[in-house]
Design a protein around this ligand. Sequence first.
Ligand SMILES: *[C@@H]1O[C@H](CO)[C@@H](O)[C@H](O)[C@H]1NC(C)=O
Ligand SMILES: *[C@@H]1O[C@H](CO)[C@@H](O)[C@H](O)[C@H]1NC(C)=O
Length: 311
Amino acid sequence: MITFLFVLILFVASPVMCVFQRLYCSIADNCDCDFKANIRDLEWDLFKNVFGQHLAQEVVSEEVSRFLQNKSPDRPLVLSFHGSSGTGKTLISSMVANHLYGSAMSSPYIHQFIPTLHFPSAQHVPHYREELKKWVQGNLTQCARSVFIFDEMEKMPLGLIDVLEPLLGPSYVVFSTNYRKAIYIFISTTGEEVINKVTLENRQSGGEREDINLLELEDGIALEVYNSNTSGFFHSTIVHQKLITRFVPFLPLSRCHVARCTHLQLLQRGVFNRRDVVDAVAAEMIYSPVQGRFFSTTGCKAVPAKINLHL
Ligand SMILES: *[C@@H]1O[C@H](CO)[C@@H](O)[C@H](O)[C@H]1NC(C)=O
Ligand SMILES: *[C@@H]1O[C@H](CO)[C@@H](O)[C@H](O)[C@H]1NC(C)=O
């Protein structure tokens, strides 16, 4: 009899518990959803394993830690990464994801959108808009701390991303789900001309790379993003209303950075003392401009493939 009662209570109570937990989650936004942010590890990873990107390192670690320390942020964190291919944009976005969820990109709370895959056809924008909004809202209902990464923004069909505008602003609360704890990262090459020009001028004038400051770059990137019809944000209200927390520039990488990328990759593969491979890989990259050959045109992108050829 007692056993029966016990089972009965369990049976009745468990759905109730479940409802309670969901209610608690949506009110407190405190469901753990595997969220194990480790800011110290993120900072360490950023400063140790990213080369030549003092601005991105600073801005990302500063903004992410500030955002996570705030128990009730008044708006989501929206970062937009800009720079040439191979400069570390994807690397840093996966570091952020890694150190927030401890499980790399495979976490169910990290959502990556790739336009050519998810939104391939410009004719279906109205449909994609509905879908994207539904996904993001659904994901946020499950976990307020979700991370959304939009890769290759330059391939995003015109007029699609603006559907997220209400979610990026300061006070959007629907069904008691708090939308303001989410992190959005947009990635594109838009603005690379601005960034590369400033970096080149710095180099030609014999300045320190670390003297390049954010103020020189942010406005230029924002303008380019707003005015370019291949930025994903062409005349976008998201940019116009300043809903992007920070534009993060990634500088072009020089030969010494390529060498450091190669060295790190070798270490990660357990290969030591192969200065010959490091030199060979760095020597095989193409550097621009013709005058000076300062910067690798593909950053560190081709490094793993080139290492394979030399091992
Ligand atoms: C969350 O987003 C993914 C796309 O990344 C989508 O497939 C999934 O249906 C969404 N989940 C919910 C509950 O809407
Ligand atoms: C984008 O802008 C360029 C000029 O900057 C123009 O030639 C092109 O037709 C535009 N593309 C679209 C899809 O509007």
